[in-house]
Design a protein. Structure first.
Length: 356
């Protein structure tokens, strides 16, 4: 078990590109910390620095209070699970799992005991004599996990471990990884670009963009109170509606002049963008719903029924908007409707993209 502390971590690659810019992060013992962000934001670089696979340009990394900057990967007592599994193709499942323990010269009976115990936990016990090519994607992923677990490391590092699996299997493995991590209680850092995977797995979510940490927190806190426009647009599917506002004080209106109705909204002069999650918009069917809310007139462009819910795509003035409603809807494209949102559900951002 271990804590992980990153202090002012920077990475500048030899060509001069700054991939990670002064990142600070403290991960508590036993937590599953997920680094999420778009391609190129620096999350793998950060993970590889924690692993010791990449040099650190500036700053300090401590595992369990001990500075590890100068230690090689083998000396950090970590185990890594990769996207491509990195299994030895010519070895059986058993030998793949035993490999790291043999290298450490663990006595044979002890290796045998550990491999069989972990294989049973992961339901791999009937596959121990197979080669990786004789396994399904999900089974290979489980062997990669098993190989990490048998070593009983202080820290697990996962680099997009599920991205080679199909959507259904990814969902199943996500639940398995979460349960396994909980029951083992080993501190873990997990990298993904998939915001849904990040939301469902994380105890602590770290949202990264262009080498910076944009926000750190519990997934639902981040969902409910995104600190920046970037986080607001990255976390949530379909993404939050972002409406540009008219500058200056006065009646609330969008940048194109479209008035925002209702009596609930008063905006500060610094507000430049209004954010509304699709599920926070409701259809206004009578005048009682107008008081205390923000109201928008929209023209419906398309409706997507997906079974339990429908997405209504429309335009408010010149801005696209999506509304998520339960069940089916009888409305048709071309229709003009009113939708509302409680003022408490609105997100307001300033010119610099910071939440007000
Ligand atoms: P992805 O999800 O695509 O893997 P990522 O967020 O993990 O993206 P990194 O792999 O950490 O991103 O890369 C961050 C940035 O650093 C990218 O712009 C990448 O091009 C750059 N980069 C990565 N490795 C090197 C390298 N060895 N030399 C120079 N630049 C690099």
């Amino acid at each position: 078990m271990a804590t992980v502390d990153l202090k002012n971590i920077r990475k500048i690659y030899p060509g001069g590109f700054e991939a990670v810019k002064k990142v600070n992060l403290a991960i508590r013992d036993g937590a599953l910390c997920v680094l999420v962000g778009p391609s190129g934001c620096g999350k793998s670089t950060l993970l590889r620095m924690i692993a010791g696979l990449e040099s650190i340009t500036e700053g300090e990394i401590a595992i369990d209070g001990r500075m590890v900057n100068e230690l090689g990967p083998a000396e950090r007592d970590i185990a890594m699970v990769f996207q491509n599994y990195a299994l030895y193709p010519h070895m059986s499942v058993y030998d793949n799992m035993a490999y790291g323990l043999r290298n450490r010269r663990m006595p044979k009976p002890e290796i045998d005991k550990r491999v069989r115990e972990v294989a049973a936990t992961l339901e791999l016990d009937h596959l121990l004599t197979r080669r990786p090519r004789e396994l399904s994607g999900g089974q290979r992923q489980r062997v990669a996990m098993g190989r990490a677990i048998v070593r009983n490391p202080k820290l697990f590092l996962f680099d997009e471990p599920l991205s080679n699996l199909d959507a259904k299997l990814r969902g199943q493995m996500r639940v398995e990884i979460k349960n396994l991590q909980r029951s083992l209680g080993v501190t873990s850092v997990y990298v993904t670009h998939d915001q849904l995977e990040a939301m469902t797995l994380a105890d602590v979510l770290v949202v990264m963009n262009a080498g910076n940490v944009e926000q750190i927190g519990a997934p639902l806190d981040i969902y409910e109170k995104p600190a920046t426009l970037f986080v607001a647009s990255f976390i949530g599917a379909p993404p939050m509606n972002l409406l540009p506002l008219r500058h200056g004080e006065g009646r609330a209106a969008l940048a194109d002049g479209t008035e925002i109705g209702g009596s609930g909204l008063s905006l500060s002069g610094e507000a430049t963008t209004l954010g509304i999650r699709p599920e926070n918009l409701f259809l206004v069917t009578n005048n009682d719903e107008i008081g205390g809310n923000a109201i928008f007139e929209i023209v419906i462009r398309a409706i997507e029924p997906v079974g339990a819910e429908s997405f209504i795509y429309g335009d408010v003035g010149k801005t696209r908007l999506v509304v998520r409603v339960a069940g089916k809807t009888a409305m048709e494209p071309g229709a003009k409707i009113h939708v509302g949102a409680k003022v408490a559900d609105l997100h307001v951002f300033d010119d610099a993209g910071i939440r007000i």
